[in-house]
Design a protein around this ligand. Structure first.
Ligand code: PLP
Length: 403
């Protein structure tokens, strides 16, 4: 077997970041609103909006902050019901609670995607929807948009972990009214912390900008060049002095770390997809492992791998994770730990937690392992061998051939 790949480290930050950070340290200009124009955060917003093909972008302190600001900018009243998938990160229902709204959880299938029948059944009375493209797995956005558009329900895409994913030729994050992304270290672009929201709606972005902490007339530093100016100026004028300032801004240092990574996104996406598909195909040959297929309209950008264990009881699943760990690959079974932040039954801050039998059954056998884009195919072969061997260690090789 090859030597073990390093499964944890992020990619180094491109060297170009150093000169810019040095310049910022020399001048002390770390605040996005100090310079009259073209601060690194403002440049990042322009570049990110152009990369995704949206009119406006607002960089903030995290994707959670972007989700919170999205709900506020949609003008939802207190206790508005906001639908989310039952499989998402705890920060998502938390953003809803933070915005004084009430999360409604819908079922997710064995393929990690929203169960459209349950989604439709629970849509009445819902005032907004947040679609978490969990671990980059895209739900049926055509069906979701058709149902929501017919009822006038705004859709926010939580694309925290989906930068680079494409649905039917459209960038994920540009399909709903607002798209939110994360720059936390486990995501495709790494600034330690950070987030960004994109939208084509001038009224939404104007509110989000002010709410994020553009006090006094600092919104003038968000004026897009060229097109889109008049709409935006009118929207800012409408909201001047009318909104609270939550101060969820991004610092210039974060923008300096993020900007030189943007030209690497396409390569990271391509390598991540290559690595994912390579390992997925190999481990799916094991009778103890099933890798759900993507939906037809989806082009993924994975930096991790999810798969379901087949015909294993809880002890066998634990044994599988232990065997893989002993060989050097850390696998988490979402539902086996008592504190996993992606298992809805651990979201005790909700008070009453609804039961989602289908989502629970999926989480109880769904596994998660990191698979960074920087791994070579040789590394990936090692990872795949370890996963298959770990299953055989627990379940036995003989049974693996159908006896
Ligand atoms: C990481 C993540 C978040 C939270 O992002 P932060 O920037 O850490 O707030 C939200 N949703 C999903 C699906 C995530 O993967």
């Amino acid at each position: 077997m090859n030597s073990l790949p390093n499964m944890h480290d992020a990619e180094p930050i491109p060297a170009e970041a150093r000169a810019e950070i040095d310049r910022l340290l020399q001048s002390g200009d770390l605040f996005r609103y100090t310079a009259p124009e073209d601060a690194p955060v403002a440049l990042l917003e322009r570049e990110f909006a152009a990369m995704l093909g949206s009119k406006y972008a607002l960089a903030v302190s995290s994707c959670s902050a972007a989700l919170f600001l999205s709900l506020k900018a949609l003008g939802l009243p207190r206790d508005a019901r906001v639908m989310i998938p039952g499989f998402t990160f705890a920060a998502v229902p938390s953003a809803i609670v933070h915005a004084d709204c009430v999360p409604v959880l819908c079922e997710v299938g064995d393929n990690y995607r929203i169960d459209m029948a349950d989604f439709e059944a629970k849509l009445d009375g819902v005032m907004a929807v947040i679609i978490s493209h969990m671990r980059g797995h895209t739900s049926d956005m055509d069906a979701i948009m058709a149902l929501c558009d017919a009822r006038g329900i705004p859709v926010v895409e939580d694309a925290a972990h989906s930068l680079g994913t494409v649905w039917g030729g459209r960038n994920i994050g540009t399909i709903g009214k607002i798209g939110c992304f994360s720059f936390q270290s486990y995501k495709l672009v790494n600034a330690g912390e950070g987030g960004i929201l994109i939208t084509d709606d001038a009224d939404v972005v104007a509110q989000a900008v002010i709410l994020s902490g553009a006090y006094e007339h600092n919104w003038q530093k968000h004026m897009a060049r060229g097109d889109n100016r008049a709409d935006l100026e009118a929207a800012f004028a409408r909201w001047q002095n009318k909104l609270p300032l939550y101060n969820l801004r991004m610092s210039n240092l974060s923008a300096a770390v993020i900007r030189p990574q943007l030209p690497h996104v396409a390569r990271r996406v391509e390598d991540g997809r290559r690595n994912h598909d390579f390992v997925a195909e190999r481990i799916a040959m094991s009778p103890w492992i099933e890798v759900p297929a993507k939906l037809d309209r989806e082009e993924r950008a994975p930096d991790s791998l999810q798969f379901n264990l087949v015909s294993m009881d809880r002890d066998e699943m634990r044994g599988f994770a232990e065997a893989a760990a002993a060989m050097g690959v850390k696998v988490q079974v979402f539902g086996l730990s008592s504190d996993n932040a992606r298992a809805f039954w651990n979201w005790q801050f909700l008070g009453e937690i609804p039961e989602l039998p289908q989502t629970r059954a999926m989480l109880e056998r769904a596994c998660d392992t990191r698979l960074p884009a920087r791994l070579t195919l040789e590394d990936c072969a090692t990872v795949a061998d370890i996963l298959v061997n770990a299953a055989e260690t627990v379940m036995g090789e003989a049974r693996a051939y159908g006896t």
